[in-house]
Write a protein that binds this ligand. Structure first.
Ligand code: GRF
Length: 210
């Protein structure tokens, strides 16, 4: 079967982008990382794309007068790069309904909390301050709500008494690097599907747990 063309959106160091590249290199799977789009010009994710010989584009949100104009440019670039699946890997822009609806069931995101807990920013700090004993990460389909789309998979880590934000972030990030490629492969191979706003895994409503 033809591999699905994946385009990654990133705004930071791109360690998740790297994990997706490495997984594709080391396994016989259903997706191919065909491009990277970043909205910040000097991030390390670009170096990773260069090292892996993956085409990249810089589309700075600051170059556009409105969010709608930025999203039109983003959409056009995804089409030009032949995207079949869009992966948000630390992409720090909120995307509007007009954009997201075009990629319904074909766009996924990783979030560093056990959703529905701690949508938005500072997830680790909030989990520690709440006295949670467990943190983790979630991969979900993207809809027009922030961190609200149907959940595909989650991975848990313990939170220890003396953990600070960085300790927890590091522990969760290691899990992100395992969960994300696994969930992407489930989507690319059609084992995970979005139907009526719900994620079905092999036809039934459940969540991948790593
Ligand atoms: C990850 O923790 C991801 O969950 C969050 O931003 C971070 C990105 O890290 N949305 P990286 O750029 O993949 O290294």
């Amino acid at each position: 079967m033809q591999k699905k063309r994946v385009i990654v959106l990133a705004s930071g160091s791109g360690s998740n982008f790297q994990a997706l590249i490495d997984y594709a290199k080391n396994n016989d799977i259903s997706y191919e990382i065909c491009g990277l789009i970043v909205n910040i010009p000097d991030i390390y994710a670009i170096e990773r794309a260069k090292l892996a010989n993956i085409p990249f584009k810089i589309i700075s949100h600051k170059s556009y007068e409105s969010r709608a104009d930025f999203e039109i440019a983003l959409h056009d670039a995804l089409i030009e790069m032949g995207a079949q699946i869009v992966v948000c890997a630390g992409f720090m822009r909120i995307l509007g309904a007009d954009f997201v609806d075009n990629w319904d069931g074909k766009m996924i995101n990783i979030h560093p909390s056990l959703l529905p807990k701690y949508k938005g920013l500072h997830t680790h700090k909030r989990a520690i301050e709440a006295g949670d004993k467990e943190g983790g990460c979630t991969v979900h389909f993207v809809n027009s709500g922030v961190d609200e789309g149907a959940i595909i998979g989650q991975a848990q880590v313990p939170i220890f008494e003396n953990d600070n934000e960085q300790d927890l972030a590091k522990r969760v990030l290691e899990k992100e690097h395992k969960l994300f490629p696994f969930c992407l492969e489930m989507v690319a191979s059609n084992q995970a599907k979005l139907e009526n706003g719900k994620c079905l895994i092999d036809g039934s409503e459940k969540i991948i747990s790593l």
